[in-house]
Ligand binder design. Structure first.
Ligand SMILES: Nc1nc2c(ncn2[C@@H]2O[C@H](COP(=O)(O)OP(=O)(O)OP(=O)(O)O)[C@@H](O)[C@H]2O)c(=O)[nH]1
Ligand SMILES: [Mg+2]
Ligand SMILES: [Zn+2]
Length: 253
């Protein structure tokens, strides 16, 4: 059973017994939560260092599971405002709503809370990005948080998934930041369909199975050159493409 499962229960003596787990709308394996409507992907800029590939891999998983995503650039109180703006722009341009927050000063938390109303939301993102701190600030309760290590990394403070009530109708799950996430099983030529801003161009390429690397008459590369697709997202795409290609090779060996 996952956090977020809907169950049928009965009462036997003084105990509640789970009789049935209702069919799931969806479930995420990492973090393990069922019936998710959306994910808020939390990131800092330097503390811990932002990792585009990490974020973009989560976004690929969410696209594949049909779960919407909101990007939350946290630690606004200590990070360089120019960088905060640059990162927000990259994700807004890719088609994701983006909120800038500080869990310490409360900056932007009201904006964030508007996304949580009437939905089941998971907080995802690197260890130390501030997921538990944000949720604590939103709910006014003290969830366990911890400072970063001397290397500026998170300490994997949250160990399991918990759901909390948010607003009148919403639920939010705090989750542990995972250090490694395997890419979903996706064929290399399908990967670009999980990059929201590449998906409209991919079917227009000259070659039906274009990988958007060095092929001629590639509409994705044209969009990149025209600035419609950001360099950072395209770089993530190439990294994940390699992972997907390696995996496909192993599969057919
Ligand atoms: N200055 C500043 N510090 C923050 C902010 N948000 C979180 N922190 C600090 O960053 C550290 C890590 O925060 P957590 O909330 O534990 O991070 P997490 O994402 O839950 O990490 P895991 O549970 O390990 O996945 C703590 O020392 C927090 O106090 C923020 O907006 N500004
Ligand atoms: Mg935590
Ligand atoms: Zn192409």
């Amino acid at each position: 059973m996952y956090a977020g499962d809907l169950v049928e229960v009965s009462q036997k003596d003084s105990r509640w017994v789970i009789e049935r787990v209702m069919p799931r709308k969806n479930f995420l394996i990492r973090p393990p939560v069922a019936n998710v409507d959306q994910a808020v992907v939390v990131t800092a800029i330097t503390q811990p260092p932002l990792d585009f590939v990490y974020i973009d891999k989560i976004l690929v998983h969410l696209e594949a599971s049909d779960i919407s995503a909101v990007i939350c650039v946290n630690k606004q109180d200590i990070e360089d405002p120019k960088e905060v703006e640059r990162v927000s722009d990259i994700y807004r341009k890719a088609g994701y709503p983006c909120v800038v927050t500080s869990a310490v000063t409360g900056f932007g938390l009201h904006d964030l809370s508007r996304y949580l109303e009437s939905k089941v939301t998971v907080l995802a993102g690197q260890s130390g990005a501030g997921k538990s701190k944000i949720l604590s600030a939103l709910l006014g309760v003290g969830l366990l948080t911890q400072g970063l290590s001397r290397l500026g990394r998170g300490r994997h403070t949250t160990k399991w998934v918990s759901l909390f009530r948010a607003g009148r109708q919403g639920y939010v799950a705090d989750t542990p930041g995972f250090s490694k996430l395997d890419l979903i099983d996706v064929e290399p030529y399908e990967l670009s369909y999980y990059f929201r801003e590449m998906a409209p161009y991919a079917p227009l390429c000259h070659f039906p199975r274009c990988l958007h690397k060095s092929e001629d008459r590639c509409r994705v590369k044209e969009a990149l050159a025209a600035g419609e697709i950001s360099r950072e997202r395209y770089k993530s795409y190439l990294t994940l493409l390699e992972e997907s290609t390696e995996r496909a090779k192993r599969k057919y060996e």
